[in-house]
Design a protein around this ligand. Structure first.
Ligand SMILES: Cc1cc2nc3c(=O)[nH]c(=O)nc-3n(C[C@H](O)[C@H](O)[C@H](O)COP(=O)(O)OP(=O)(O)OC[C@H]3O[C@@H](n4cnc5c(N)ncnc54)[C@H](O)[C@@H]3O)c2cc1C
Length: 487
């Protein structure tokens, strides 16, 4: 057995493990053994469907020390006017460069691809069977806890009869002959991506059936942009969110207000969404998704047979000419919260709503800069991945409370202001987009927010409403929770 004596053993070279190690390299002189059962860094991105892109701008994804993309505003497509979104191959190439041009040349990181971590500080090469172990006292960092699942690596969670044509979303990129119809199974962001890919390739929306067990509240990507051009919109939207949260008398009123303020969107305005998982789209994409009228709301698929799809609450016909596209894997599953810092163990989780890589970098900074484990855990209160509409309240509350306590610490505020992965605290300092002059500042409502006081006014509104929003969200949540426990 080969033994190693690093300061840290990091399990998982996905985006979170990479973002964590990057900050350790910058802020400490620690040595790291990094292990992944995959053959290269990048985690689930290495199995992603070829047409997937980041759901958020590249400008604040990846690792802190190295830019991803070149801060260009898209001029074509349904993201036009907003910051570029890296493709899966770009994300994979980026992580490859981070590994080969930064981690390995540092002499402080040893990478073990194709190795399975078995617990107790040991891991085994899937190619040679060689077993490795780290010395006692090594800090073990779990960068696998988010348990990302993608359709390419996880079979459908329903029965599929052998004669049925059913492919994961990746299969849409290699269709040899047009099917008679498409059935998309899954209402999450992957399902949306499948529908958008078909529509972008001129498939008639009437040939698409979309099985959506739950409708989803979605985020408007125009509100999730870095830089000064977008600051009035981004901060204005955050302020509106807090104002609505502060003033709503009930959960129904809250969601109505958030929709009216453009903070949350939904595809079908006649259906009240019960899901919220941070799916992010542009208004142009939303308009496209609304072209699909064959939307099936009969619960989850149980079985796809040769002539019929059985669902929880009924069935619909299908046939041999139909291509079924599985988009039902859970993406980021909801996991029980565990302490991030627990003795020699660090378990990477999210500390800002749906910002996994930022969270991993932030946790590494806390590890490097603070000693007291209670302080470290307090600063890193977990914001679990949301799933339901009521989770919107939970994650907004937890994220806001974290932000409030971070801002009370001047050192942490300085770190956040300098962090590339913090796309929001940098809205006032971000370099201007490369092709801004060609396109100008974009974003619905920018002029309106600017004329109603611009960034300064929006920031004042945000600061004034955050405290009342926290109080009201706590009250609304306890109402919702007591209703659930008594019902
Ligand atoms: C389609 C899609 C688009 C997304 N877009 C965005 C976005 O725009 N912005 C955003 O912030 N987030 C986005 N996300 C969320 C995304 O999941 C996170 O950004 C991030 O990639 C999660 O990385 P991870 O390291 O936690 O997980 P993973 O990518 O799953 O990495 C974990 C790694 O651990 C390894 N591993 C697991 N168990 C073991 C073991 N026992 N031994 C060895 N290795 C092991 C796995 O092989 C894997 O490589 C998206 C997710 C999906 C599915």
């Amino acid at each position: 057995m080969a033994t190693h004596d690093p300061d840290y053993l990091v399990i998982g070279a996905g985006a979170m493990g990479m973002a964590f190690v990057d900050v350790l390299l910058t802020e400490t002189d620690a040595t790291v053994v990094l292990v992944d059962r995959r053959s290269r860094p990048g985690g689930h991105w290495t199995d992603a469907y070829p047409f997937v892109r980041l759901h958020q701008p590249s400008s604040f994804y990846g690792v802190n020390s190295r830019p991803l993309g070149d801060d260009t505003i898209d001029l074509a497509g349904w993201n036009a006017g907003l910051y570029e979104l890296a493709s899966a191959s770009e994300v994979c190439a980026y992580f490859d460069q981070v590994m080969n041009q930064r981690f390995l040349p540092s002499g402080r990181v040893s990478f073990f691809p194709s190795c399975d971590y078995g617990g107790d500080g040991s891991f085994t090469s899937t190619m040679t069977g060689a077993v490795h172990a780290v010395a006692d006292g090594t800090r073990v960092v779990g960068a696998t806890y988010m348990n990302v699942t993608v359709p390419a690596t996880h079979p459908p969670r329903y029965e599929v009869d052998p004669e049925v044509r059913c492919v994961p979303i990746n299969g849409l990129a290699s269709i040899a002959e047009p099917p008679e119809r498409y059935v998309i199974v899954g209402a999450g962001k992957t399902g949306m991506d499948a529908c958008l890919w078909l529509l972008a390739n001129d498939v008639d929306p009437d040939l698409i059936t979309w099985i959506t067990p739950r409708d989803s509240w979605v985020l408007d990507r125009a509100n999730i942009q870095p830089g000064p051009d977008f600051a009035p919109v981004v901060i204005g939207s955050a302020a509106s969110q807090m104002e609505v949260a502060a003033g709503a008398g009930s959960i129904d009123e809250l969601f109505a207000g958030l929709e009216e303020a453009g903070v949350l969107l939904r595809i079908d305005r006649s259906v009240r969404p019960t899901m919220y998982r941070c799916a992010t789209v542009t208004k142009a994409e939303l308009d496209q998704l609304r072209r699909i009228e064959n939307v099936v709301r009969l619960g989850r698929v149980r079985r796809i047979g040769a002539t019929e799809i059985e669902l929880d609450e009924g069935s619909i016909p299908t046939g041999p000419g139909v291509l079924h596209v599985d988009c039902s894997s859970d993406g980021l599953a909801r996991r029980p919260v565990v302490p991030i810092f627990d003795g020699d163990r660090i378990t990477l989780q999210t500390v800002r709503t749906c910002q996994q890589v930022f969270s991993a970098a932030f946790i590494a900074h806390i590890e490097a800069a603070y000693d007291d484990p209670d302080v470290k855990n307090r600063l890193c209160t977990v914001v679990p991945h949301p799933d339901t509409d009521v989770d919107w309240l939970r994650v907004t509350l937890a994220s806001t409370l974290n932000a409030i306590q971070w801002r009370q610490d001047p050192g942490l505020t300085a770190w956040l202001n300098d962090a590339r992965l913090d796309g929001f605290s940098r809205t006032g300092r971000y370099p201007t987009a490369r092709n801004r002059s060609a396109n100008g500042p974009v974003g619905d409502g920018a002029d309106e927010v600017a004329s109603s006081g611009g960034v300064l006014g929006a920031t004042r509104r945000l600061l004034a409403s955050s405290g009342p929003a926290v109080e009201n969200l706590q009250a609304l949540l306890s109402q919702a929770e007591s209703r659930t426990s008594s019902g």
